[in-house]
Design a protein around this ligand. Structure first.
Ligand code: ZN
Length: 477
């Protein structure tokens, strides 16, 4: 007995040491993103001021409002007019530059707070995180309490799949009762949306939809292959993810535009369904295959160290081997990418609400930077500059009711804005390096934004990222 007692003591002591080490590691890691902390003593002029001499791209119509004034009051757009008189307020002279709504990236995966700075430096002032974990609820809370400078943050709960095991990153629902409980609990805990994933079968999916409707929480779907594609055109499902899912499931990899048309028409007829094509993440498979040194490229310095070590490398190896086995794979992937562009073109022609999402944060798809790439692909699909901008602003904000206060420059909206040198309706590239990014009215100049990029390079916090992932595995299962 004595030996057993002693043994137990040792085990408990070891667990204690491990937990303590974990806590210390996470605490030290949190200091590494102190630069995003809000200075609570900052002057009120930081989010209340008058912008003068500014040309506005409001994004509620295809126009430029020339030489206006915008009154920002406590982070909200209070008034837009030719002249506004407010006494005792800071004047911000925009010197005839152009003001647009900030970008909304509708499909991201955040692993670490430093990535929030990368989104901001690229003009992304709101993100929809599609793989929710406890850490995301903490990020959200810190943003709501105005503790950290960040894009406006929305997150789904953990990805819901069926009983079949398809990786440790999903929540496997085994029966409808469990499905119901999870939807209720995610809503209670503060997740903004339910994410359904590809292994969800009909019985459980029906329950998820039914409960989401009762709980008044929107669903975002990575299409499940256990139900027909058309099943996802349900009013409770506000967006469907990935153009490649259309190729995989209803088209069975047959890149046929004639067969594509009725699928596009069905999405268009559903009215309530936005489509998030995520062209970049698939195109990056092609980029991996034509660049053997991509993992060592400078841009990969921005990837989370855990993702780089595990996911980026696994993806690279997988496609590298596929290419070795059959060199024709490279061409096949390129052809499929080209077909995704056709899908965007057809979705657009059919009047589907296209929303810009990148799938940033996984593989070699960079947080922030990749939005410009995604927008270029939409342009390539034949959208005008105005229509391209809509996908990352107003189209996104009208997808979910809780995003309604974003996406346009109008009275009452949150002052998430970009100030750029040239008219982006004439040239989208002017949006790549905004001279100012405003988030909830807070002005961030280029120098500050560049410093976010510098600080995000070559992060060393693999262990802290792994611990946060482990927390998810332990507490969400
Ligand atoms: Zn994703």
């Amino acid at each position: 007995m004595k030996i057993l007692k002693r043994l137990l003591k040792i085990v408990f002591a070891l667990i204690g040491v491990l937990v303590l080490t974990g806590i210390i590691t996470l605490w030290v890691d949190s200091l590494g993103t102190n630069y995003l902390k809000v200075n609570k003593n900052e002057p009120t002029s930081n989010n209340s001021y008058l912008i003068t001499n500014v040309n506005i791209i409001p994004m509620n119509q295809d126009t430029v409002l020339v030489d206006k004034m915008v009154y920002i009051k406590e982070g909200i757009i209070e008034k837009i007019a030719d002249t506004i008189e407010v006494s005792g307020i800071q004047i911000f002279d925009a010197e005839n530059k152009y003001l647009t709504p900030g970008f909304i990236d509708m499909h991201v995966h955040v692993w670490d707070r430093y990535e929030l700075g990368l989104y901001l430096s690229n003009g992304v002032t709101a993100v929809r995180n599609l793989w929710g974990m406890p850490m995301h609820l903490r990020i959200k809370e810190d943003i709501i309490k105005d503790n950290i400078i960040s894009p406006t943050f929305f997150t789904t709960g953990p990805k819901l799949t069926g009983p079949e095991f398809i990786g440790d990153d999903n929540l496997n629902l085994t029966n409808p009762i469990e499905a119901k409980e999870k939807v209720i609990s995610y809503k209670d805990r503060g997740y903004d949306f339910i994410k359904t994933y590809y292994g969800l079968d009909k019985e459980i999916f029906d329950t998820v939809i039914e409960q989401a409707k009762i709980s008044e929480i929107d669903i975002v779907s990575h299409p499940s292959q256990k139900v027909p594609f058309s099943y996802h055109l349900n009013p409770q499902i506000k967006s469907i993810e990935h153009a490649e899912e259309i190729v995989q499931q209803p088209l069975q990899f047959d890149l046929d535009t004639i067969k594509l048309q009725p699928i596009i028409d069905s999405i268009s007829q559903s009215q309530h369904t936005s489509y998030c094509p995520t062209i970049t993440v698939f195109n990056n498979i092609y980029q991996m295959m034509i660049d053997d040194s991509i993992l060592h490229s400078e841009s990969l310095e921005f990837m989370n160290p855990l993702i780089k070590k595990v996911d980026s490398k696994n993806q690279f190896d997988r496609w590298f081997n596929a290419k070795q086995e059959d060199p024709a794979t490279v061409d096949r992937i390129k052809k499929q990418h080209d077909f995704h562009i056709t899908i965007v073109q057809k979705l657009h022609e059919a009047g589907v609400n296209i929303i810009c999402g990148t799938d940033a944060g996984i593989g070699v798809t960079l947080p922030g930077f990749s939005i410009h790439k995604e927008l270029r692909f939409y342009k390539e699909a034949g959208l005008s500059n105005y229509e391209v901008l809509k996908t990352a602003t107003v189209n996104a904000s009208k997808t979910h009711e809780i995003m309604n206060s974003l996406g346009t420059i109008e009275t009452g909206k949150i002052a998430n804005l970009l100030l750029v040198d040239e008219n982006p309706l004439l040239d989208l590239s002017s949006l790549e390096n905004p001279i100012f990014v405003f988030v909830k009215g807070r002005k961030l100049n280029r120098e500050t934004l560049d410093s976010y990029n510098e600080k995000a390079k070559n992060r060393k916090n693999l262990l802290a990222s792994a611990l946060r992932y482990l927390e998810n595995l332990i507490f969400e299962k």
